[in-house]
Ligand binder design. Structure first.
Ligand code: C2O
Ligand code: CU
Ligand code: CU
Length: 478
């Protein structure tokens, strides 16, 4: 018999064992101990985006950190998160991508009253899906996100996935003035009706990127989160072959991205498996070349000079276990269509935006520059927004999204994950589920989901300026 055995029996085990079944039956239900507790305080703070030797920048922060603390939850295990608002303005927290009860979704006016300065709100939910998610405000979104409020949220698989390291890059994009402070002028008409507030400084986990030290032979799971207001990214890992294993938290068939480029629009997440096959001592650039002519090196993979961790890549599969997503019934699905309209057209003309008679200067002072099916819902999605369409609970919905504008839009749906069926008529190959679908100008996307979660849910572009200026709507599941 194992001589260590006795050390593994706790006093409580002995008590229960000694008293027999009657006692275990009368024990209080285990439920109370299965809720994780977290707390988040939101307040103004300071951070050194450029590194410890650089001047600090005034930001708004979750628990004094930019990005906010990495929340690590367990699939199927409840969490209670107490949020305290130490700002001078209302806020809410939205748990982006988590399929949770509507009342926990964090949309002010629509799913909860805003959290007033000095007040707290308790969010409670049980994440059904493992994967990479994030959290951010849904109140004064452009300014609050732009001042730094964003944090990563990881839901761990029930069974750990075999990798050597699990890393996360939360990418933020800042528009900094010469003095290193966040530039004002949020919500200007140019940003609103064009590409949104693209900044001039990209950070990884709140810092100007330094090289990432890696070791030959190791396998890294790298979770990429684009938490920028507007900056689209297309990442290339020179000399490497990243394998996409999940998109927006949802596992997909493992595959190499087209042309080795990972298209990562605001609010999207991509998990990659990266086998480090460079030579010890070598250095490889990670390049973002989304905007033609404006490519830059985001960071470098810097190999240790030590001997390889292993001679051959790990031969375990990189695939992740599927999440329990309901499969839509396409034969009996309700069809709905979302048409994106507005924005600046060629020649500096603003496209007509329907439903706004007598509109003077679109996009100015919180006015509408965009519309969905002729309606512009501006701001953060407050009360009084009539649902664009209503679905019976349990029905399958086949949704067509049509981008009639000249701009890119990462379209995000709350409360659900969309099974992406096709893009411009061509089937999408890797069985991907997404909560944020990037649409190129003129793209047409077909997707589907099961309306299994009742409530009023937002559907909007995640370029914060576009959302604020009308590229947003709501649908109802009853
Ligand atoms: Cu990431 Cu409406 O949210
Ligand atoms: Cu969301
Ligand atoms: Cu947009």
């Amino acid at each position: 018999m194992n001589s260590d055995f006795k050390y593994h029996i706790s006093r409580r085990d002995l008590l229960v064992a000694g008293a027999g079944l009657a006692v275990s039956a009368s024990l209080p239900p285990a439920r109370a101990s299965t809720v994780d507790e977290r707390s988040i305080k939101i307040a103004p703070g300071q951070t050194r985006l450029g590194g410890s030797d650089r001047p600090s920048t005034a930001v708004w922060a979750y628990n004094s950190a930019v990005p906010g603390p990495k929340l690590r939850l367990r699939q199927g295990r409840s969490v209670r998160i107490t949020v305290e608002n130490g700002l001078d303005e209302d806020t809410t927290v939205h748990w982006h991508g988590i399929r949770l009860p509507n009342a926990m979704d964090g949309v002010p006016g629509l799913t909860q009253p805003p959290i007033k300065p000095g007040e707290t709100f308790v969010y409670e939910f049980t994440p059904p899906d493992a994967g990479t998610f994030w959290y951010h405000p849904h109140t004064d979104s452009l300014v609050q996100l732009g001042r730094g409020l964003a944090g990563p949220l990881i839901v761990d698989e029930a069974e750990p996935v075999l990798v050597d390291r699990d890393l996360l890059w939360l990418l933020q994009d800042w528009r900094l003035a010469a003095d290193g402070q966040i530039a004002g002028g949020f919500g200007g008409a140019m940003d609103a009706s064009m590409s949104g507030r693209v900044g001039n400084a990209v950070t990884i986990n709140g810092r100007a990127p330094a090289d990432l030290g890696v070791r030959t032979g190791e396998r890294v799971r790298l979770r990429l989160v684009n938490a920028a207001l507007a900056r689209m990214m297309a990442l290339r890992f020179e000399g490497h072959r990243p394998i996409v294993v999940a998109i927006d938290g949802q596992p997909c068939d493992p595959h190499e991205p087209e042309n080795g480029r990972l298209l990562l629009a605001p609010a999207m997440r991509i998990d990659i498996a990266l086998d480090m096959q460079g030579d010890p001592g070598s250095r490889h650039a990670v390049i973002d070349d989304f905007y033609g002519g404006l490519a830059y090196t985001l960071t470098n993979l810097a190999y240790d000079k030590v001997s390889p961790l292993r001679a051959h890549p790990l031969d375990a599969s990189v695939g992740l276990p599927r999440n329990p997503l309901p499969e839509p019934d396409l034969a009996n699905a309700m069809h709905h269509e979302i048409v994106l309209q507005g924005g600046m057209m060629g020649g500096g003309k603003l496209a007509g935006v329907g439903g706004m008679p007598g509109m003077g200067m679109p996009g100015m002072n919180g006015g509408a520059a965009w519309a969905i099916n002729g309606m512009s819902m501006t701001g953060d999605g407050h009360a009084g927004m009539a649902p664009q369409f209503t679905l019976e609970r349990g029905a399958s919905c086949h949704l067509t999204m049509r981008n009639e504008t000249a701009w890119w839009h990462p379209m995000h749906v709350h409360g659900f994950s969309l099974s992406v069926l096709s893009r411009n008529g061509a089937p999408v190959p890797h069985r991907q589920w997404q909560d944020t679908v990037l649409m190129a100008p003129k793209d047409v996307i077909e997707c589907a989901f099961v309306a299994d979660n009742p409530g009023d849910w937002m559907l909007h572009c995640h370029v914060a300026d576009h959302q604020m200026a009308g590229l947003m709507t709501v649908f109802r599941v009853k």
